[in-house]
Design a protein around this ligand. Structure first.
Ligand SMILES: NC(=O)c1ccc[n+]([C@@H]2O[C@H](COP(=O)([O-])OP(=O)(O)OC[C@H]3O[C@@H](n4cnc5c(N)ncnc54)[C@H](O)[C@@H]3O)[C@@H](O)[C@H]2O)c1
Length: 321
């Protein structure tokens, strides 16, 4: 495989994947329409390193509108990360956006993939498809019981990937990422908010009592899993893999860890729990380890320290600009 299309290339995970693929010698086409889920300016900065690279082709456009046949014909692999993230905002009025950006985009890409001779289609799914893992680590064959409309939209997209693999022969794999963190993390995600608030001397808002447990995954681990998947011939059509960090924490402990890393004492303001925020996520990584050779490498303490350093450096750079 030599040429890869990354959708959602300007986003948090997509931009890291683009950088890593370029470093590994691939030709990369990076597609994004810069939605306003969060600042498009932030997304443009995410791509600044890639834009200077001669093997990178930026494509600014919406997957719901572009002619995808031409795009797919020109590449060997697709990593489909474009989508509308976020559990909280998926309730109520905004649900049609989730259907468009998570479900319809996936169907359009798969339709084009079924006509072109693509080697591998990799879909970025989410631990949200499982709902809460109250009884221990969750394996890929667990019953899917999403607790939010966002999770349901990811289940629907996964089902499309399985359908097109079975009925139309699209060679594909599903990766289920567990809460990803690190530099460029989306600004509304918990760790981003905690770092911003504590480093600015402001109170931290915690939804619920802080006892929610999360399997968290440093972004370079997610990226390595995704690159390894693109390069691995699928064992069966649309096989699913958990991509977790091999480490868990609670929201409360995460606040304390950020405080310790910054040398500050966090002031916490507890807010009502958010519907769809599950009590626990926990990945069984056995299958990913065996079949993808996946091994998470970055510890929570190291990962949080790296994200803190990045936030402070960005702030200094923006202030100096
Ligand atoms: N961040 C996490 O913790 C996490 C966990 C599990 C799964 N995921 C999945 O990983 C993927 C990437 O997540 P992220 O955190 O980097 O999100 P992100 O919002 O930073 O990136 C998504 C990108 O997709 C683009 N996009 C959305 N709709 C598009 C369309 N119609 N056409 C072209 N581009 C479009 C957006 O502009 C954005 O840049 C998503 O599919 C998400 O569901 C993320």
């Amino acid at each position: 495989m030599s040429k890869v299309l990354v959708t959602g290339a300007a986003g948090f995970i997509g931009s890291h994947l683009v950088d890593r693929l370029l470093e590994a010698g691939y030709e990369v086409a990076g597609l994004d329409c810069f939605t306003d889920y969060y600042s498009p300016e932030v997304k443009r900065r995410n791509l600044s390193r890639a834009l200077a690279h001669e093997r990178f082709t930026p494509i600014e456009g919406d997957l719901l509108q572009l002619d995808l046949d031409d795009l797919i014909r020109g590449v060997d692999g697709v990593a489909h990360l474009a989508g509308e993230p976020g559990v909280r905002s998926s309730w109520g009025e905004r649900f049609p956006t989730y259907l468009e950006r998570n479900v319809q985009t996936t169907q359009r890409l798969l339709e084009a993939a079924s006509r072109g001779g693509l080697e591998h289609f990799v879909y970025a799914s989410s631990s949200s498809i499982y709902g809460s893992s109250d009884g221990g680590p969750v394996a890929e064959d667990a019953t899917l019981r999403p607790a939010s409309p966002y999770g349901m939209s990811k289940v629907a997209a996964e089902e499309l990937v399985r359908l097109y693999a079975r009925e139309r022969g699209v060679t594909s794999t599903v990766l289920r990422y567990f809460t990803v963190y690190g530099p460029r993390q989306r600004p509304e995600m918990a760790l981003s908010r905690f770092i911003c608030a504590i480093s600015s001397g402001e109170p931290v808002e915690v939804f619920g009592d802080g006892s929610q447990a999360r399997e968290v995954t440093y972004v370079s681990d997610v990226v390595e899993a995704t690159v390894a998947t693109l390069e691995t011939k699928p064992k069966e059509p649309a096989r699913a893999y958990n991509v977790g960090g091999g480490t868990r924490t609670t929201v409360g402990k995460l606040v304390n860890l950020v405080g310790e890393t910054l040398g500050e004492r966090p002031e916490v303001r507890y807010c009502p729990p958010v519907p769809g925020d599950v009590l626990s996520t926990w990945a069984n990584l056995g299958r990913s380890r065996r079949e993808l050779g996946y091994e998470p490498r970055v510890s929570l303490e190291e990962g949080v320290a790296r994200q803190v350093r990045w936030v402070l450096a960005e702030r200094r750079a923006l202030a100096a600009a």
